[in-house]
Design a protein around this ligand. Structure first.
Ligand SMILES: Cc1ncc(COP(=O)(O)O)c(C=O)c1O
Length: 417
C-alpha cells in the first residue's frame, strides 16, 4: 500500500466536528465535502467576533460599529474578487448561494436579453440549480434548452458540444467540475468556441472554487456562481461574479432597501454596482465568515490542495476498483487528472441508500441518491448512486477505514438480499 505524500499543512484540531465522536463510539469520518464542507474554528471565531464586537447594519449607520461592519463586509467582497481574479469589487454580488446567483443571471440577464427561439446550451451533467432557472426563463421567453451529452468515460462530449453550438445559442451554462461524475470541464476551450458564436458563458464553480485556482479573466467567461459553504465558509452566503459592463446594463432582480438611489411614489432609480443587486440587509456575518474561510484556504495554498487531493483521489480510485461489483461513474484520475476528489458509484442489486445508511451506522458519512442530478442519472439509466467526496482535510487513514467498512457493508447486504 502506498503512503500519500504532500500532506497539506493543516491542524486537524481546526475542524472540531471532524475531531468529535458525535453519536458514534468511533471518530466520525465525514466524506460528504461536496455537499458542504466543515468549517474551521477560525471561521467560527470570526463570526463570533462580529456578533460580539461590531454587530451593526452595513452601509447605513453613521456610527463606528456600522463603519467597522461595513469595512469588514466590503473587505470580504474585495477578497472574493481577488480569489477569482475579478477586475473590480463592483463585479462581486453577494447572494445566498450559487443557486441564487444563477437565478439572478436567469432573471436579470436572461429574461431581459433572450428572445423567442434563442437557445440555451447546458450539459446533461448539470446540477438542478443550473437547469431549473433556465427552464423557467425558457418557458417565459419562449427559448429552447439543449443539453450536451457525455462520452464513454463520463466526460463532457466535446463533439456534441460543437454540434449543438449554433448562431442561435445565446448562453452556454456549464458546471466547472461535476458534483457527480467528478470530471473537470475544459472551460477555456469551451468559452473560446462559444465566443465564436457570440454566446455568453456562465460557469457554475461550486465544486471547483475550493480545489483549484480560479481566474475569470483567463477563462474568458461572463458569469460565475459560487457558494460559500462549499468553501469552508458558512451557509447563507454565495456570490455572483460578472463583468461590470454586463451588470451595468441589466435590471436588478430583487427590489427594496440598499439597492436604490432614489425612490418616488411611482418609480425608483438604482444604486451603483454592486449594491444594485443586493436588496435588503445582506448576510453580514456570513460574508465576513466566508472571507475568513478564503484566508484559511489561501494559507494552505490552492496548488498544495490540488496536488494533495489528486493523490488521495488516485488512492481512493485504486482502492474502490479492487472491490468486486463496484461501478464507478465518471472518468478515472488517469483519464481526467483535474477531476474532483470524489467518487460516485453503484453496485447492481444494492440500493445506494442502504449502503449509505449502513455506513452511517459505522460512523462514515457519505451521500446517496441522485445528488441533484436527475437528468444525468436518467441518461445513465441508474436510479441512484453513492458518492464519497473528500477535501484537504481527508486523510489516508479515513479512506482505509471507509474501504474496510464499505466491504463489510457490501458483504452484509449481499448475504441479506
Ligand atoms: C455543481 C453544483 N452546482 C450548484 C450547486 C448548488 O449549490 P447551493 O445549493 O449552495 O446553491 C451544487 C451543490 O451541491 C453543486 O454541486
Amino acid at each position: 500500500m502506498r503512503t500519500i505524500q504532500n500532506l497539506p499543512k493543516i491542524n486537524q484540531k481546526d475542524f472540531p466536528l471532524l475531531e468529535n465522536n458525535f453519536k458514534n463510539e468511533n471518530k466520525i469520518i465525514y466524506l460528504d465535502h461536496a455537499a458542504t464542507t466543515q468549517k474551521p474554528i477560525q471561521v467560527l471565531a470570526k463570526i463570533d467576533e462580529y456578533y460580539k464586537n461590531f454587530n451593526a447594519n452595513v452601509h447605513r449607520g453613521a456610527h463606528q460599529l456600522s463603519a467597522k461592519a461595513t469595512e469588514e463586509f466590503e473587505n470580504a467582497r474585495s477578497l472574493i474578487g481577488k480569489y477569482v481574479n475579478a477586475n473590480s469589487t463592483k463585479e462581486i454580488i453577494f447572494t445566498r448561494n450559487a443557486t441564487e446567483a444563477i437565478n439572478l443571471v436567469a432573471r436579470s440577464w436572461g429574461e431581459f436579453t433572450l428572445k423567442e427561439n434563442d437557445e440555451i446550451l447546458l450539459s446533461i451533467m448539470e446540477h438542478h440549480s443550473n437547469i431549473v432557472p433556465w427552464q423557467m426563463v425558457a418557458a417565459k421567453n419562449k427559448c429552447k434548452l439543449k443539453f450536451v451529452g457525455i462520452d464513454q468515460d463520463g466526460r463532457l462530449d466535446f463533439d456534441d458540444l460543437k454540434l449543438k453550438l449554433t448562431k442561435k445559442t445565446k448562453l452556454v451554462s456549464l458546471l466547472h467540475i461535476s458534483n457527480t461524475l467528478g470530471c473537470c470541464n475544459p472551460i477555456k476551450e469551451i468559452t473560446k468556441l462559444a465566443k465564436q458564436y457570440g454566446a455568453f458563458v456562465l460557469l457554475d464553480a461550486c465544486q471547483s472554487l475550493a480545489h483549484q485556482k480560479m481566474d475569470v479573466l483567463d477563462l474568458g467567461i461572463d458569469f460565475l456562481a459560487g457558494s460559500g459553504h462549499k468553501l469552508c465558509g458558512p451557509t447563507g452566503i454565495g456570490f455572483l461574479w460578472s463583468r461590470e459592463e454586463i451588470l451595468e446594463k441589466i435590471p436588478p432582480f430583487f427590489g427594496g432597501g440598499e439597492m436604490i438611489q432614489d425612490v418616488y411614489q411611482e418609480t425608483s432609480t438604482w444604486a451603483e454596482l454592486p449594491h444594485k443587486f443586493e436588496a435588503g440587509t445582506p448576510a453580514i456575518a456570513e460574508a465576513i465568515g466566508l472571507a475568513e474561510a478564503i484566508k484559511y484556504i489561501n494559507n494552505i495554498g490552492l496548488d498544495n490542495i490540488k496536488e494533495y487531493e489528486k493523490e488521495i483521489t488516485e488512492y481512493l480510485f485504486e482502492q474502490l476498483s479492487q472491490i468486486e461489483g463496484i461501478e464507478i461513474i465518471g472518468p478515472s484520475p488517469k483519464i481526467d487528472p483535474n477531476r474532483a476528489s470524489l467518487a460516485t458509484f453503484y453496485i447492481k442489486g444494492i440500493h445506494s441508500n442502504d449502503i449509505a445508511e449502513i455506513l452511517d451506522s459505522k460512523g462514515v458519512c457519505i451521500r446517496s441518491g441522485h445528488h441533484c442530478c436527475q437528468p444525468l442519472h436518467r441518461h445513465l439509466r441508474i436510479n441512484s448512486t453513492a458518492r464519497v467526496s473528500m477535501n484537504f482535510t481527508t486523510n489516508q487513514e479515513e479512506i482505509n477505514t471507509f474501504i474496510e467498512k464499505l466491504k463489510e457493508t457490501i458483504s452484509f447486504l449481499n448475504i441479506n438480499s
